[in-house]
Design a protein around this ligand. Structure first.
Ligand code: ADP
Ligand code: MG
Length: 683
């Protein structure tokens, strides 16, 4: 039997059972032994029947006396068995399980676990779990018992049995892909011990030892896989030195504002990377509106003034257009040519721009994914900046860097990523945080309401628009390819246009609209020719229209908290009081909790920590498409310390065997493959 074998290789698993197991995500033998308990019950204490405690779970051993009674009361069928040990007797009862009548053999010791309740003057044990007492491997009692994620038709008892059988079948022969030196250095137990004791811990200590090993392993594998993907990753890579750093004063002079202390601090960190002569590889995190663009502008300028080209890659055409406007206005004053490279350019225009990029006439290149296409050649790319970079795959980031000769890399994101996740995802990057907003920003009032408030909300919107303000209305999009849902945005827009806001200008924006048209709508919105913009989350990133003061989000429960926070950041960008209204009819506790969190906090980091806690990393980015595997055992909240160690180990292993060619890492390499869907990792 191999770990990759389908579960049907196991004796007690046929087609039917395998179908049910698949609902738990269990397909292979490996999946089964890595189906870790979600909890444990300490049933190590075995009581005498005379010591059974009312209203508690009790574990006891006894023999069943005679044939159980079969009692019918209306629709209810009860099987009652008398159980005794040397200290007393007790009755166990099962409801609507007629087969219990024949479940017991005379004279055999069984171990039972169940809740005791008082019925009249007698004690009854409610539907106890039970099994024959055996010398060494009693699973359901007399020990710490695992509690698994289960599904209908696959009870705890069945799962315990299946997993036990499977572990036994592997015969302590699981190969350990963790290199020996890692195990030694970090004091990790052997894999067999870990698997055995995570399911059936001998005692508390062995459980913790097992768990530590498995958490470490999971984080180590993830981290190593991510590091391997980051093709640009190199220890102490030499970088281009920019001799002239004073030049940044030119651009600081023409900016319409002074940089904040937070912006200056980050700029300082960037400058010191460059002065040190290493290739910068830095992530700048800053809440929406914190002014990342200005930092990018200064950094790009420095590279250009030192004779290199700078590129800025963004995930959407709308955002590219907006950045282009700002950069070309600023750089225009300094005699620097900025070009915009997007997929929607006509061939002729494109060829012209490509030529300018190649000859070095264009110094500042702004674009979408179009800038990493094969046919784009740079003259001398020295600075690579990606904005809202969680939208890009790690690969795409790498591809752009490879278009230069060891360019400096700056990645910017407004997604406030919780510390643990940031460490995992950006383990190879230095991190700078713009930790406060420019002055004069107002707190955005956030309210959570249900849809019965719609009339009042519409009234409020009219009032704001009459005062000259603008409004965003966001509808959820379940899936990028979901036509139906685009339909819902358009039909909602129709309703708003025709019935509710007929005297206003209402436009609709979604992913299926052609880039040109999208740009046109955005431009008109920027010029306040459109009052109300109904949209899917395509506007989530980066859009800057200071005159917009209301962000209305429908079905708020469908969005990730971090995403809601990003959306909220689209308003409150000017001097006017701004509002974010979250509409949700969801009754789910988590959904209500999340909306409450939004109304309470305006701190992106706090919100993202909460989001991670409430929903887990799988849904953290508001979509399951980010390509990271679900954690099986590690808790990104609690296992920070182990994460740091695992990360260190991952760095070390990549350092000494970057391509995993060494023989001793062969097993590890196999484990690494398939863990991450590389093309989907969007971090
Ligand atoms: P983000 O970090 O979300 O990309 P932007 O760079 O778009 O934020 O900046 C948001 C707004 O703040 C812009 O209108 C920008 O002009 C303004 N801004 C940026 N830095 C400053 C500053 N130091 N002082 C005043 N306004 C600033
Ligand atoms: Mg931005």
């Amino acid at each position: 039997m191999f770990l990759e074998s389908p579960v049907t290789e196991i004796k007690s698993i046929g087609e039917e059972r395998s179908r049910k197991l698949s609902k738990l995500g269990i397909f292979t033998v490996k999946d089964l032994i890595e189906h870790f308990p979600r909890d444990y019950e300490d049933r190590s204490q075995i009581r005498n029947i005379s010591d059974i405690q009312i209203n508690e779970e009790n574990t006891f051993i006894g023999k069943v006396k005679g044939v159980p009674d079969d009692i019918r009361v209306k629709n209810l069928r009860m099987i009652k068995a008398k159980i005794e040990d040397s200290t007393g007797k007790v009755t166990a009862v099962w409801y609507n399980q007629p087969y219990m009548k024949k479940a017991f053999k005379e004279g055999v010791d069984y171990i039972f676990t169940g809740k005791a309740v008082k019925k009249y003057s007698r004690i009854e044990i409610q539907s106890p779990e039970f099994e024959v007492v055996s010398e060494n491997d009693t699973l359901s009692g007399g020990r710490i018992v695992p509690v698994y994620p289960a599904t209908s038709g696959i009870s705890q008892k069945i799962l315990r049995g299946l997993i036990k059988d499977t572990i036994d079948a592997t015969g302590n022969q699981l190969c350990d892909f963790m290199p020996l030196w890692v195990r030694k250095q970090y004091k990790l137990c052997d894999r067999n011990f870990a698997i055995q004791n995570i399911h059936f811990p001998e005692n508390n200590d062995s459980f913790f030892i097992a768990r530590r090993r498995l958490v470490f392993e999971e984080l180590f594998i993830l981290q190593t896989a991510l590091l391997r993907m980051k093709t640009a990753f190199k220890e102490n890579k030499k970088g281009i030195v920019f001799e002239n750093t004073k030049c940044i004063n030119d651009v600081l002079d023409i900016l319409p504002f002074n940089l904040t202390d937070a912006q200056n601090k980050v700029l300082g960190e960037i400058m010191s990377d460059i002065k040190e002569g290493k290739a910068m590889n830095r992530l700048v995190q800053g809440d929406v509106g914190s002014g990342k663009t200005a930092v990018a502008l200064v950094v790009a300028y420095m590279a250009i003034k030192n004779g290199f080209q700078s590129a800025l890659m963004v995930p959407t055409e709308v955002l590219a257009g907006q950045h282009y406007e700002f950069f070309s206005e600023m750089f225009g004053k300094l005699g620097i040519e900025t070009v915009l490279l997007t997929g929607s350019l006509k061939k002729k225009e494109k060829d012209l721009i490509l030529d300018k990029v190649k000859t070095g006439q264009a110094k500042m290149i702004i674009g979408t994914h179009a800038v990493i296409q094969e046919n784009v050649e740079f003259y001398n790319l020295g600075m690579v900046i990606t904005d809202e970079q969680h939208r890009f795959g790690v690969r795409q980031r790498g591809t752009l860097s490879e278009k230069g000769n060891n360019p400096h890399v700056l990645v910017m994101t407004a997604t406030p990523i919780p510390r643990t996740l940031a460490l995992i995802l950006y383990g190879d990057l230095d991190i700078s945080i713009i930790d406060h907003l420019p002055p004069g920003r107002q707190k955005i009032d956030t309210l959570g309401v249900n849809s019965s408030y719609h009339d009042r909300i519409y009234g409020f919107i009219k009032k704001e628009v009459d005062r000259g303000r603008q409004v965003y209305i966001i509808c959820p999009m379940i899936d990028d390819n979901d036509k139906l849902d685009v339909q819902s945005v358009t039909s909602y827009t129709e309703k708003l246009k025709n019935e509710i806001f007929s005297e206003y200008s209402v436009e609709c924006l979604h992913g299926k609209i052609k880039p040109k048209e999208k740009q046109d709508i955005m431009d008109r919105f920027s010029r306040n020719e459109v009052n109300i913009l109904v949209s899917t989350t395509v506007i989530e990133v980066g859009i800057n229209v200071p005159n917009a003061t209301i962000m209305l989000i429908e079905n708020a429960e469908r969005f990730g908290l971090a995403q809601l926070h990003q959306l909220r950041g689209r308003v409150g960008r000017g001097n006017e009081k701004s509002y974010c209204i979250l509409v949700s009819d969801s009754k789910s506790k988590v959904a209500i909790e999340r909306v409450k969190m939004m109304t309470k906090s305006s701190d992106g980091f706090e919100i993202s920590e909460m989001d991670l806690k409430l929903r887990g990393p799988g849904e953290f980015f508001g979509t399951k498409q980010h390509g990271l595997p679900e954690m099986k055992i590690a808790n990104l909240y609690k296992d920070m310390d182990i994460l740091k160690e695992a990360q260190k180990a991952a760095f070390d292993i990549i350092k000494y065997d970057e391509n995993m060619e060494k023989e001793e890492n062969e097993l590890l390499l196999r484990e690494l493959q398939n863990i991450i869907n590389v093309d989907k990792v969007n971090i």
